[in-house]
Design a protein around this ligand. Structure first.
Ligand SMILES: [Ca+2]
Length: 183
């Protein structure tokens, strides 16, 4: 009788031990929610070009490089604006741009961009218009406006064509920056 009781006790202890050990061995499954990738200002990774340059050249005090130098106190200025004027960024890898900013320069609102299109291309020749703006204004000098648009494609070229300015024969812009949203 004692042996039977002892055996039962041992079996119960064994069962408890097995349950305990098996419970401890269970791998903890952790679930992580995937966060959407952060939008990134990729302006600096693009190669800037334009079809109308400052008379002093791209590196001049008001040359084209000033429009993507990250400094709103510097500007790109041209003396002979016409509606074919554009600035363009070419990227090594295709970018998914869905927003951009324009910053007005320090003076003369009549030289500001007023109407424009933003287009994308993968060969530098055939462009698709992604965003069109008309009669835009800047609330103040050295003021940044943000523009967002719907775009489900990636492009290696992004071209900002200024179709109208504030009426001056000159054009100027402190900064143009584009934001990539990883897909
Ligand atoms: Ca600048």
């Amino acid at each position: 009788m004692n042996v039977l009781k002892r055996t039962r006790q041992v079996l119960v202890m064994l069962c408890i031990a097995v349950i305990f050990v098996s419970g401890c061995k269970k791998d903890k499954v952790r679930h992580y929610d995937l966060l959407p990738p952060d939008p990134e200002d990729v302006t600096a990774t693009g190669v800037l070009s334009t079809n109308i340059e400052n008379t002093g050249g791209s590196n001049a005090t008001e040359g084209s490089i000033r429009v993507t130098d990250g400094d709103i106190n510097t500007k790109f200025l041209i003396f002979s604006y016409d509606p074919t004027f554009y600035i363009q960024l070419k990227f090594k890898t295709a970018q998914h741009i869905t927003s951009y900013t324009l910053t007005s320069a320090n003076d003369s609102p009549s030289r500001d961009p007023k109407s424009w299109t933003l287009s994308g291309s993968n060969d530098g020749t055939a462009f698709t218009v992604l965003d069109t703006r008309t009669n835009e204004t800047f609330a103040d000098r050295e003021t940044t406006n943000n523009y967002t648009f719907t775009n489900d494609k990636t492009y290696t070229y992004y071209r900002l064509n200024i179709t109208a300015n504030g009426g001056s024969s000159l054009f100027q812009l402190a900064e143009w920056r584009v934001t990539n949203v990883p897909q």
